[in-house]
Each structure stands twice: as structure tokens, then as C-alpha cells.
Design a protein around this ligand. Structure first.
Ligand code: AMP
Ligand code: ZN
Length: 498
């Protein structure tokens, strides 16, 4: 049986608040869309948490053998400063403040975003579409919604008619749980300035005021697309009218994703997404980390230690590991203490991984009960990830494996059959590297160096056996000059790199 068939995944679907058995539209293919960053400033650690949560989801599906199409957009237009759809475009505003072209702002912060995610060893998406690159698709979508009578044009802007959509069987509020009637009754009357029929209506297309720099021609005059529209247009274009998974941070549930569902249904007659996944927030001092309040920590501040909140610098892998230790649906509060603990845990894990790679299989007495324990641990690592991607529980199992590995290393004996030993090694390495994206941070410490040093250590051993002490000393001394210290013991020779 393939890994896909032997692992039934259950996903907490925000649409109904329950864990549901995952059934892909077309197995073994899988389509996932994740809302990308609005590139008007440096990504903060909170943004990174959401992107890394979905990196783990994508990685796990790939690990099981799914053929994943992972779309994560770049919002480079349409996201306004004010959530009530007034005010300047976030990117235009920054361009004005920094005296740059909007596309220079986009380029600058997109490069930063890529650089940061690469440091965290996040996989690049299969497609990274931009809002400005899909204006035609967005205009077409507005036209279709207008044709269906579910939007109206006022003064060069087009708004989605939420009331009419619901009257015709739509269910605006289905994702966020907001009751549309209460929303309508409770919201304050529209001020004379607003062109909307009802406050819940949202912009599909906005007329550009004379000072608005980012503008495009449309059947309704010069303007720009509404923020919610880009994800609907690009999701449909690359993943189809109804695709498997849509992700984003919890704060995007309303109005962004609620509006995406309404747009998709209005346009194509089907609910656009089968499983909605929302990652919870990273907090700092108990408050949501957020660009707008300035309550942020930037990744490069963590990597350099250059922030008064930090006692020292932390490496990207330690930070990634810290995030993995919380479930993606739980709030995670940032603290130096928690990071220090993660650093210890991460080092312990990677040391065991290295020790395991150096442990050669030798047949000894096989203990059936030990074998069973190892097989149970292997099964539990999958079972925990199958249960709505429970990374903290999976990590706890990896630490049980660490104890077993360390015991075998200390006793210099393996009480498992070669088959089970190899399975343990493959699972342990696979989960650490492929699923969790954790790699050794010591640049010298990759498999090539390990292999080359092992070769030199063996040559030195042979030289000694042949009483060629000149050669064996030369190997030791030369390595020492290069900063590699050899240590001989009863069990053999090990090395440390200064
Ligand atoms: P933005 O660039 O503001 O559009 O946000 C990019 C992504 O980061 C979205 O999915 C947000 O939901 C997410 N996000 C923003 N703040 C936080 C936070 N404090 N913790 C986790 N995710 C966040
Ligand atoms: Zn989006």
C-alpha cells in the first residue's frame, strides 16, 4: 500500500469547526493556496509563523507522495491601509514615504521575504502569482459577478451585493460565523460618503482617485482591484473552481476569506475550497505581533540578536524548531526562555541524528519488545501528523527515538533487526529533514564532510596498523591545523570541528 493510502489525514476545517477526513479532489494530486504577504514592509516573525505552518503541511503531503501544486501569491496591489476599504493602497503609501516607485517597494520587500523564508528552509511554492500580473483575470471575474446580478457599479467602483447574494441562497458568514442579519442591523448607518448599498458590501473594483498611483484601465474606468479578488482569481486560475486546501492566518478569516467564498460561489456556482485551514497567531508580550502596532520582531533581529528583547542571537533552525513545538492552531507566545529551551532541544535532536548516521549496523541479540517499541514510535509519528498536523506530538515521539538512539550508541550495540533499524533511521531522518525542514546548521557538517573525514580516519587507522606513524601523525596534525580535532578511544576515533 502506498504511503498516501496508508495515511488517512484528518484536517480541522474552519468551515465547519470539525476535524474532517481529507479527501483530495484528484488523488494523488493536491492543490493548496496560501495567502502570501503584502509586500510593503519587512516580514515579521508572526508572518513567518503562518508561512512555516503551511510549509510543514506541504512538506508532509509531499513526504507521503502527493503531487502538490502549491500556490502562494504576492499581494502587490489592492490592499488598502484601512480595512473599511478606504484610504491609500499600502504599497503606494510606502512608495510615497520612501520616495520610491511602488514596484521598487514591491521588489525590495519581496526579496526580503524570499531571503527570510530561504533561511528558514521553507520550500518555494510551485507558483507565486502577483495581483498586478492578474488584472485581466480579476476584471473578468468582476464582469461575471456583475452579469449574475450579484454586484453593482457606482461611480466607477463595483461592489459585491452581500444582501442579494444571501437572498439568492448564498451564505455570507458561513466561514467566520458572523450572522449577516445581525451585522446589518448592528452596524452603524452608512455615512453620506459611502457609495455602498449596505455596509457589508465589499469592493471588487475601486475607482482610482487622481492621486492613486497604481491604476489600470477597466470597463468601469481607471481603477484597481479589491484585495479579496486577487486570491479568488489566482486560486481559480491555477487550482480550479473547487480545490483542496486554502490557508492563511486566523486574522484573514474575516473579511478576506469570507469574501473569497462569496466571490467564488457567485462566479462559478460552487464553493471554491474544500478545506479551509487557519494558522494561529504568534504573540509578543501577549499581544498579536503586528506591523500596524509596531509590536514586532524581525527575523534578522533574531538571527543577529540585535533587539533589546533578546539575550542573544538565535539561528533560523532553532526558531523554526521553536515554532514546530506548538500546534499550528494554538497561539504561540514568543519569549527568550522558550527559545533557549528550543535551542537545547534542537541541538539534542541534531546530535542524535548525527550519532545515528555514524552508527553502523551490527547484528546482535534482537529484542522483540524493543523492536515493537520502535515500530510503535514509527507508527505514532505518522499518526500524530495525520491528526491535523500535530507537530508537537510528533516531536515528542522523535525525542523517544532520541533516547533509543542514544542508548544504542552508548551501549555500542543494536538490539533491533537490520530491517527495523533501517526503518527507524529512515523515519527519524525523514521527519526531521523532509517533514520538519530541519537541517544541520554547521555548514561543515554535511554528509560530504562526514564521509571525507571518515575516509581520513580510516586511512590513519590503516597507517597505524602498518606502523607508518609518519603518515598517521601527518593526517592528525594536518587536520588539527585545519581545526579538526581527532579523539581516540576504545570505541574508535571521533572528531570535533573547532
Ligand atoms: P500580511 O502581509 O499582513 O498580508 O500577512 C501575511 C500573513 O501573515 C497572513 O496570513 C497573516 O494572517 C499572517 N500573520 C500576520 N500577523 C501574524 C501573527 N502575529 N502571527 C501569525 N501570523 C500572522
Ligand atoms: Zn488572500
Amino acid at each position: 500500500m502506498s504511503k498516501i493510502d496508508s495515511n488517512q489525514i484528518f484536517i480541522y476545517n474552519s468551515l465547519n469547526g470539525e476535524k474532517e477526513e481529507f479527501k483530495p479532489v484528484s488523488k494523488p494530486n493536491l492543490g493548496i493556496y496560501v495567502c502570501g504577504p503584502t509586500v510593503y514592509s519587512y516580514v515579521h516573525l508572526g508572518n513567518c509563523r503562518t508561512f512555516l505552518s503551511f510549509d510543514n503541511v506541504v512538506r508532509y503531503f509531499k513526504f507521503l507522495g502527493y503531487n502538490v501544486r502549491y500556490v502562494r501569491n504576492i499581494t502587490d496591489a489592492g490592499h488598502l491601509v484601512d480595512d473599511a476599504e478606504q484610504g491609500e493602497d499600502k504599497i503606494s503609501k510606502k512608495a510615497r514615504l520612501e520616495k520610491l516607485e511602488p514596484m521598487e517597494i514591491v521588489q525590495k520587500y519581496t526579496l526580503d521575504f524570499h531571503d527570510v523564508l530561504k533561511k528558514f528552509n521553507a520550500l518555494p511554492p510551485s507558483i507565486e502569482p502577483t495581483a498586478t500580473g492578474h488584472i485581466i483575470e480579476q476584471i473578468n471575474m468582476v464582469k461575471t459577478i456583475l452579469d449574475k446580478g450579484l454586484a453593482y457599479e457606482v461611480n466607477g467602483s463595483v461592489y459585491f451585493d452581500v444582501k442579494k447574494y444571501n437572498e439568492e441562497g448564498g451564505n455570507y458568514g458561513e466561514l467566520s460565523g458572523r450572522n449577516i442579519d445581525e451585522l446589518m442591523a448592528g452596524s452603524r448607518a452608512l455615512d453620506g460618503q459611502s457609495e455602498k448599498k449596505n455596509p457589508q458590501d465589499f469592493a471588487l473594483w475601486k475607482k482610482a482617485s487622481p492621486e492613486h498611483i497604481m491604476r489600470w484601465d477597466s470597463p468601469w474606468g481607471e481603477g484597481f482591484p479589491g484585495w479579496h479578488l486577487e486570491c479568488s482569481a489566482m486560486g481559480t486560475k491555477y487550482l480550479g473552481e473547487q480545490f483542496d486546501i486554502h490557508g492563511g492566518g486566523m486574522d484573514l478569516k474575516f473579511p478576506h476569506h469570507e469574501c473569497e467564498i462569496a466571490q467564488g460561489k457567485a462566479c462559478n456556482g460552487v464553493s471554491p475550497v474544500n478545506y479551509w485551514m487557519h494558522a494561529n497567531m504568534l504573540t509578543l508580550n501577549g499581544q498579536k505581533m503586528s506591523k500596524s502596532t509596531g509590536n514586532t520582531l524581525l527575523p534578522h533581529e533574531l538571527f543577529s540578536g540585535d533587539n533589546s528583547l533578546l539575550e542573544k542571537a538565535y539561528s533560523p533552525m532553532v526558531v523554526r524548531f521553536f515554532m514546530l513545538q506548538a500546534h499550528y492552531r494554538s497561539v504561540l507566545d514568543f519569549s527568550s526562555e522558550a527559545l533557549n529551551a528550543s535551542e537545547k532541544g534542537f541541538n539534542k535532536l541534531m546530535e542524535a541524528k548525527k550519532a545515528l548516521s555514524q552508527l553502523e549496523y551490527k547484528s546482535g541479540t534482537v529484542s522483540e519488545s524493543e523492536e515493537q517499541k520502535v515500530l510503535d514510535m514509527i507508527a505514532a509519528s505518522y499518526a500524530n501528523m495525520n491528526d491535523d498536523f500535530n507537530t508537537p506530538k510528533t516531536i515528542a515521539v522523535l525525542f523517544e527515538m532520541v533516547s533509543k538512539i542514544n542508548k544504542m550508541v552508548t551501549n555500542n550495540s543494536i538490539d533491533l533487526s537490520e530491517k527495523v533499524f533501517n526503518e527507524l533511521r529512515a523515519t527519524f531522518n525523514g521527519f526531521i529533514e523532509d517533514v520538519f525542514g530541519l537541517v544541520s546548521e554547521n555548514k561543515n557538517d554535511n554528509g560530504v564532510l562526514d564521509g571525507a573525514l571518515e575516509l581520513l580516519i580510516n586511512m590513519r587507522k590503516e597507517a597505524k596498523q602498518n606502523k607508518d606513524y609518519a603518515l598517521s601523525d601527518q593526517i592528525r596534525d594536518k587536520l588539527s591545523e585545519l581545526g579538526v580535532q581527532l579523539k581516540d578511544s576504545k570505541e574508535g576515533t571521533t572528531y570535533t570541528i573547532k
